[in-house]
Ligand binder design. Structure first.
Ligand code: NZQ
Ligand code: ZN
Length: 392
């Protein structure tokens, strides 16, 4: 590894099928007034809400509830959360849900006491909070694995007026203080969301793996192991969604994929995420599916600029024999294997099925932020080419 880096992940993880038993103790060191944040009711149907309320009760907290956090949380909803947090002088935010709910809780926590235009300051200008800023700390109970939000500083907010879905990755002050990870909590996920989470995890790993070939990097070996684990467990979970071991592997792999570990010492790509977010901003499509829908076209497009890495991906991740093949052939077979797996697990393989129309493509390309960390810096025309190729 040649890159220099700082690595700090302060989130304490409680993992396992009894992880929730640690919640009241984890809450004992936080302030009295807790804002309980959740989505549109799945936690009431699967019993997670009852577990959480019991723990809050045991910890003698005063609880204010804020529900209705939607997938792809909006700036309007964030404004509501800021107002509730301030009015109630909240000490701690407990997020119970998937990436949307946890992202939202972190966003409320960092912006509740900021005076000014929070969208402009944090998500457009990408500022960190001032040293002495009041930040409401967050804890998480995860019910859907995929985003890694439970163990990172990422916050993704959609501005519906400007059709921009932007990410701000905050530093360790905003990362969850703890996260409860019980794989059984994910059993009630609809298959569509399970698959979206699986592909999201895989994409996070690929987008750190397909960049900056500085020779021999420990981060890349970790990525390969994680990708192999996700592929193996996805196959078990597709046939047997309540297979505890497979769901626990998927849950832990998703946290490790985006808790900053595997990107250390390297550049990172993130172009599929930039395009995927622009698709969601225009259609409200499910995040993981936006990534699978463009994957084949995107990776075919950048493959010539990182051929040897794609050949290694084929060999090590998909187990494709290399004998007698050129690097080009091997690289192509790896991308075909990725495409076959996307179809096998039932992830989206085209953008029309997500609500994109041909007429929307130029505007989606316009909302796409261009990154420079991948093998090829894309022009807007190339983004359009990739989107068009993803309609077939
Ligand atoms: O509204 P509820 O009731 O919570 O239902 C949710 C929602 O409808 C449901 N669900 C979650 N757990 C469930 C369940 N249904 C039944 N049983 C359960 N156990 O699933 C639906 C989707 O939930 P959501 O939280 O939106 O999914 P996900 O975890 O994929 O989060 C997506 C958001 O995270 C952002 C995405 O852009 C998107 O806004 N991301 C956050 C990242 C980060 N913080 O680092 C990185 C990612 O790349 C991503 O961009
Ligand atoms: Zn993602």
């Amino acid at each position: 590894m040649k890159g220099n880096f700082v690595y700090c992940n302060p989130t304490k993880i409680y993992f396992g099928d009894k992880a929730q038993e640690n919640l009241s103790q984890a809450l004992s060191s936080v302030g009295d007034k807790v804002l309980l944040v959740y989505g549109n009711g799945s936690i009431k149907r699967n019993g997670v809400y009852d577990d959480v309320k019991r723990a809050l009760n045991d910890a003698h907290k005063k609880v204010v509830e804020l529900c209705g956090v939607m997938p792809n949380p909006t700036l309007e909803k964030l404004e509501e959360g800021r107002a509730v947090a301030k009015e109630n002088n909240i000490d701690f935010i407990l997020a119970v849900g998937g990436g949307s709910v946890i992202d939202y809780a972190k966003s409320v926590g960092v912006s509740a006491w900021y005076e000014g235009d929070v969208w402009q300051n944090f998500w457009v200008n990408q500022n960190e909070p001032e040293e002495d800023a009041k930040i409401i700390p967050v804890g998480a109970v995860l019910t859907m694995s995929g985003t890694g939000s439970e163990m990172n500083g990422g916050t993704v907010i959609t501005n519906t007026a400007s059709k921009m879905k932007l990410t701000k990755v905050f530093g360790s002050r905003v990362m969850p203080k703890f996260a409860i990870l019980n794989p059984r909590y994910t059993f009630s996920l609809p298959k569509y969301q399970m698959v979206a989470g699986i592909y999201d995890t895989f994409s996070h790993i690929m987008e750190q793996y397909f960049s900056d070939m500085d020779g021999d990097s420990t981060s890349d070996y970790i990525s390969e192991g994680l990708m192999r684990s996700v592929i193996a467990s996805s196959r078990v979970a597709m046939n047997d969604p309540e297979n505890y071991e497979a769901r626990s592997n998927l849950m832990w792999a998703s946290s490790l994929a985006l808790n900053t570990l595997i990107g250390r010492g390297k550049k990172q790509d993130w172009m599929p995420h930039m395009i995927g977010k622009a698709i969601s901003a225009h259609t409200d499509a499910t995040h993981g599916m936006t990534l699978s829908a463009i994957a084949y076209a995107y990776y075919r497009h950048v493959m010539p600029f990182g051929l040897s890495r794609f050949a290694r991906f084929a060999r090590v991740v998909w187990g494709i024999p290399a004998e007698g093949k050129t690097e080009q052939q091997l690289a192509e077979e790896g991308i075909e294997a990725l495409k076959d797996w996307i179809n096998e697990i039932g992830a989206a393989s085209d953008i029309l099925s997500l609500g994109v129309t041909n007429e929307m493509i130029p505007a989606i390309a316009d909302s796409t932020i261009i990154n420079e960390g991948g093998f090829k810096k894309l022009s807007k025309a190339e983004v359009i080419e990739i989107l068009e190729a993803s309609t077939k």
